[in-house]
Ligand binder design. Structure first.
Ligand code: ZN
Length: 218
């Protein structure tokens, strides 16, 4: 049985998103997951409440962690109360992301070497942060790779398997310097993801280093 909080952004990411400490791309990704999954929305609300409490009692340095922990402890036992809100008229792209795409210069899918397509979300990009939408056909994926930085990938439709776990709509896959994975789309439909990279990716096979400059990978 899948745990209600499986593949939801960690408390650390949620606090950084709620406080505004995270890059805007991460804040938008967190808002997208909150829109797709009610339990993610509840935890985001708890993080915002905890940060609000911190602001009211700023001298108490330990409150930040304590407030979130106690609020989340209650949420851990709660059942999701409603279906995920449906984005306006589009079954795939969350409303918050559609608003962001309206600000972005790139609006069309661009076919990339390797078979997938992408839309670079330039309005969310900043030094060290790369945000994009990926559309990957069934059976396609990325070569095995590690990460020099961090990577958050939110599935908007379809699903992929990273060699260890499966990620479907609303699930977030986190990878960092300790992660080596081989994401591959499973199922019959293309997988559309919202991916944010902090830092860069590092192919485990040196021969792929040159190809990595041409192939964008999960
Ligand atoms: Zn990766």
């Amino acid at each position: 049985m899948t745990h209600a909080n499986e593949h939801i952004l960690s408390d650390g990411w949620l606090l950084d998103a709620a406080s505004g400490a995270a890059p805007r791309a991460i804040r938008v990704l967190a808002a997208c997951q909150a829109e797709l999954r009610p339990e993610a929305g509840a935890r985001m609300g708890a993080a915002e409440a905890a940060f609000g409490a911190l602001l009211e009692t700023a001298p108490v340095a330990s409150l930040r962690a304590d407030a979130l922990a106690s609020t989340l402890a209650q949420l851990d036992d709660a059942q999701p109360s409603a279906a995920a809100p449906v984005a306006d008229r589009d079954p795939v792209i969350p409303a918050v992301l559609k608003r962001e795409m309206a600000l972005s210069l790139s609006k069309q899918w661009r076919r990339r070497f390797g078979g997938h397509s992408e839309i670079v979300l330039d309005s969310l990009n900043e030094p060290g942060v790369k945000a994009r939408l990926l559309s990957i056909p069934p059976g396609k994926g990325a070569p095995e790779h590690g990460h020099e930085g961090e990577e958050l990938t939110l599935v908007l439709s379809g699903s992929f398997h990273d060699g260890q776990e499966r990620y479907g709509r609303g699930d977030a896959c986190y990878a960092n310097a300790d992660t080596i994975h081989t994401p591959r789309v499973d199922g019959e439909e293309a997988c559309i993801c919202f991916a944010v990279e902090l830092g860069s990716l590092k192919p485990t096979n040196p021969a792929l280093a040159a190809a990595n400059r041409m192939i964008s990978i999960l």
